[in-house]
Design a protein around this ligand. Structure first.
Ligand code: COA
Length: 329
């Protein structure tokens, strides 16, 4: 049995919000945003376009690449912090649109580490029940624009909307698995530094929570920044060690796209030169659970990832959650 990546897909909405547009909304500048974050523009979903629609469009492309139909999917995992509803899950909505009648479907919430967590869960399901799960669709999808405070310059310049999908397939052959090693972590003790304060059972939506802007992303950026670099470096090193490969053997690092300064701080500490690090934050901003999937699809379709490549994923996000994973394509 060999579990491999049979397809990838991604989707971003048409509407582009540039740094120049943001200059008209809050007191900021294109120069500040570019130099502090690496972001030039981000895509924003239409008001009536939910996360499931972004996920659906990315999924169709992954299915097309894999050459399978929705009916052949055995499970769907949607990583998101911006589900269409509290319930039903976005996975359920997506199942219906894809016609994946036999699939069991759920959402996984691990903020920006969501795709990594979901790949780990999907891969484990397929290893445990190889007969039951032949095709598992993993999607990171976010409409962060709906939880972004467009009056707060500390956060509104950072985020964007999009989706990235990965189709895992058990092809029955004896080849190697695509997941070579992984190292995932959680530290709930740091929950306060990156969160959406209201809208859950602790502080349900009320006039007061809306007026206090508590249905938006709150982040202590500097603190998150410091923790993110160390955490991703340590997880990345652990994974390389576990996989028994050197940094020179890594063909591409695909990091979560939160800030280009974080990315360029992590890569040299892992011993990987900048030219082997994938970066597209300039076009999309931080799309949380979607970002790694967006990168993977772009890298596969542009030929930067080829068959046999060692690809190191690293992620960090609210929770706190973080980790790294080595994929063999
Ligand atoms: C958010 C982030 C870009 C801010 O960069 P920073 O260098 O830490 O900047 P600071 O927050 O210290 O702010 C520096 C100054 O710029 C100002 N500033 C903040 N946002 C600004 C903006 N959009 N435009 C102009 N000035 C801004 C601040 O008010 C501050 O001004 P002051 O010194 O007068 O108080 C950065 O901390 C970051 O990327 N953090 C991690 C994000 C992340 O990894 N998230 C993880 C998963 S989502």
């Amino acid at each position: 049995m060999s579990i491999r990546i049979a397809g990838t897909g991604s989707y971003v909405p048409d509407r582009i919000l540039t740094n120049a547009d943001l200059e008209k909304m809050v007191e900021t500048s294109d120069e500040w945003i570019r130099t502090r974050t690496g972001i030039e523009e981000r895509h924003i979903a239409a008001p009536d376009q939910p996360t499931s629609d972004l996920a659906y469009r990315a999924s169709l492309k992954a299915l097309e690449m894999a050459g399978i139909t929705g009916e052949q999917i055995d499970a769907i995992v949607v990583a998101t912090i911006t589900p269409d509803y509290v319930f039903p899950s976005t996975g359920c909505v997506l199942q219906d649109r894809l016609g994946a009648k036999g699939a069991f479907c759920f959402d996984l919430e691990a903020a920006c580490s969501g795709l990594l967590y979901s790949l780990e869960v999907a891969y484990s399901l397929m290893k445990t029940h190889p007969q039951r799960y032949k095709h598992v669709l993993v999607i990171g999808a976010e409409k962060l624009s709906c939880i972004t405070d467009w009056t707060n310059r500390n956060t509104c310049v950072l985020f964007g909307d999009g989706a990235g999908a990965v189709l895992l397939e058990n092809d029955g052959s004896d080849g190697p698995d695509c997941v070579v090693a992984s190292d995932l972590h959680t530290d709930g003790g740091y929950g306060e530094i990156l969160k959406m304060p209201a809208g859950g059972s602790l502080a349900p939506a009320s006039k007061e929570t809306v007026e206090a802007h508590e249905h938006f992303i709150h982040m202590e950026g500097k603190e998150v920044f410091k923790l993110a670099v160390n955490a991703m470096v340590n997880a990345g090193k652990t994974v390389l060690e576990e996989a028994g490969i050197t940094p020179e053997e890594v063909n591409l690092v695909v990091p979560h796209q939160a800030n280009s300064r974080i990315i360029y701080a992590v890569a040299p500490r892992l011993g990987v030169p900048d030219e082997r690090v994938f970066i597209n934050i300039n076009h999309y901003g931080n799309t949380s659970a979607a970002s790694i999937g967006l990168c993977l699809d772009e890298a596969v379709r542009s030929g930067r990832i080829k068959k046999g490549d060692n690809v190191l994923l690293t992620a960090f996000g609210g929770g706190l959650t973080w980790g790294a994973m080595l994929l063999k394509f």
